[in-house]
Design a protein around this ligand. Sequence first.
Ligand SMILES: Cc1cc2nc3c(=O)[nH]c(=O)nc-3n(C[C@H](O)[C@H](O)[C@H](O)COP(=O)(O)OP(=O)(O)OC[C@H]3O[C@@H](n4cnc5c(N)ncnc54)[C@H](O)[C@@H]3O)c2cc1C
Ligand code: FES
Ligand code: FES
Length: 504
Amino acid sequence: MPSRDHEERKLLYMAIITVNGEEAPISPAAPHTTVLDFLRERGLTGTKEGCAEGECGACAVLVARPGVNKPTDWVAVNACLVPVAALDGQEVITSEGLATAGASGEPAALHPVQEEMAVRGGSQCGYCTPGFICSMASEYYRPDRCAHPKAEAEAAEGTAADSEHGPNGFDLHALSGNLCRCTGYRPIRDAAFAVGTPLGNDPLAQRREQSPPAPVATAYTRDDRAFLRPGTLSDALRLLRERPDAVVVAGSTDWGVEVNIRSRRADCVVAVDRLPELRELRVESDRVEIGAALTLTEIERRLDGSVPVLAELFPQFASRLIRNSATLGGNLGTGSPIGDSPPVLLALEASLVLADADGEREVPLCDYFTGYRQSVRRPGELIRAVRVPLPLSPVTAFHKIAKRRFDDISSVAVAFALDIEDGTVRKARIGLGGVAATPIRALAAEAALEGEPWTAETVEAVARVLRAQGTPMDDHRASAGYRSAMLGQSLLKMYARTTEAVSS
Ligand SMILES: Cc1cc2nc3c(=O)[nH]c(=O)nc-3n(C[C@H](O)[C@H](O)[C@H](O)COP(=O)(O)OP(=O)(O)OC[C@H]3O[C@@H](n4cnc5c(N)ncnc54)[C@H](O)[C@@H]3O)c2cc1C
Ligand code: FES
Ligand code: FES
């Protein structure tokens, strides 16, 4: 809980964050100043800038966030994308803060993660190292890391659990947003797979047992520009009615790129990512309701595989660093035709709960997009939640076709949700991304599948229909012909997987 002193200083400075245990006023930073620039300005130059667009992880820092299995999680985020004003009242740890200061006069000790990186040769030029350290530390402190069942079994044998998990339960996806140009990843992986479990007297492990900092309402203004964080949904909706020009932000993983790379500035930014009404996840008898401002990591951990096609989506969506901030509201809010969640949510027949100062309405996602980056969402309206109807179709798949397996933008994305009973397709829902100005349902292919036997002949015929869906374009990522071909291949692949599953 913020102290009285903190409240008084906040009145003076408008916004304060705690960095490595010390309070720091945000002023005189501009409202668009990133956490990265703020830290470096304060001399914390361990936090590096590589790309300024969320691609390299050199800027990673840890933020205390509501935990999934403990009150607080240490979550690694890209400091280059988040405005520092968004962390008003929050706690940040940088690579400098991870090393614990020794007794007076003694040099600071290395954090166990730093120690492993040093002794296993995980750093050459060192530019990427602080970012790797922060991502690694976030995974080091993940409370359920050592509970990975395969990891426990393999730990006894001393062999890696699988290619993506160490014997210590370390999930290599934690490092998927960090790039290294000179060391090579083998020693970095060795360090990750060698870290132990935090000791009982580790201050950051102890910090997990207490509540995270509560979100605080923020009104940070400078030079006629404002970063505003309303405390409640009704305040936010009222504010958006008064300021229809305001830019809404949640995780800032899209907006941060606009600010850094395209030099966009907004007179008024309104943060909605900590509004409790946008952060609920409820499983009811007939639907799952997912708050629009939950991060993808939170959704992934809280659903824990119960919506299999979403579980398939998450690892393919950007990197862990991005997923630690990115929200579904932001992915749908941008209206991008190549966003990865819309194809999946279209296949799941999801709907959006839109809220404004007058109330709420529910819009099926298939009616939401109206044109390139356009939707039925009115000025002043927020996406409050995404509703996925239950029961789920039992046969699902998500195929993202991109140049890299992880951390890349889709050329084409296809999601399937099929009900197959007694060898016949009773219901088919297919969501597509990257083949039209908006994400679309493959209605002709769905109709061609329904009522047909789930056989190689049907699938060959429907793959031809699917190839003709949408109006794909040629661009630097893929040709129109390639995109069409991938649609058909996607169905063939799914068929092969389902028949393999039956025959094995
Ligand atoms: C390196 C990198 C990799 C990426 N990889 C992928 C990827 O693999 N797949 C993919 O789909 N995307 C990817 N993205 C894009 C981005 O991460 C996603 O679109 C993400 O879901 C955006 O969420 P956010 O909360 O960060 O949005 P923000 O940047 O906070 O907001 C984006 C916009 O969405 C709107 N918005 C946000 N929340 C709401 C709300 N509740 N109601 C109404 N409008 C709202 C606002 O208009 C806002 O301007 C990537 C981005 C980066 C930087
Ligand atoms: S500087 Fe590259 S991800 Fe932030
Ligand atoms: S050690 Fe040089 S970039 Fe990684």
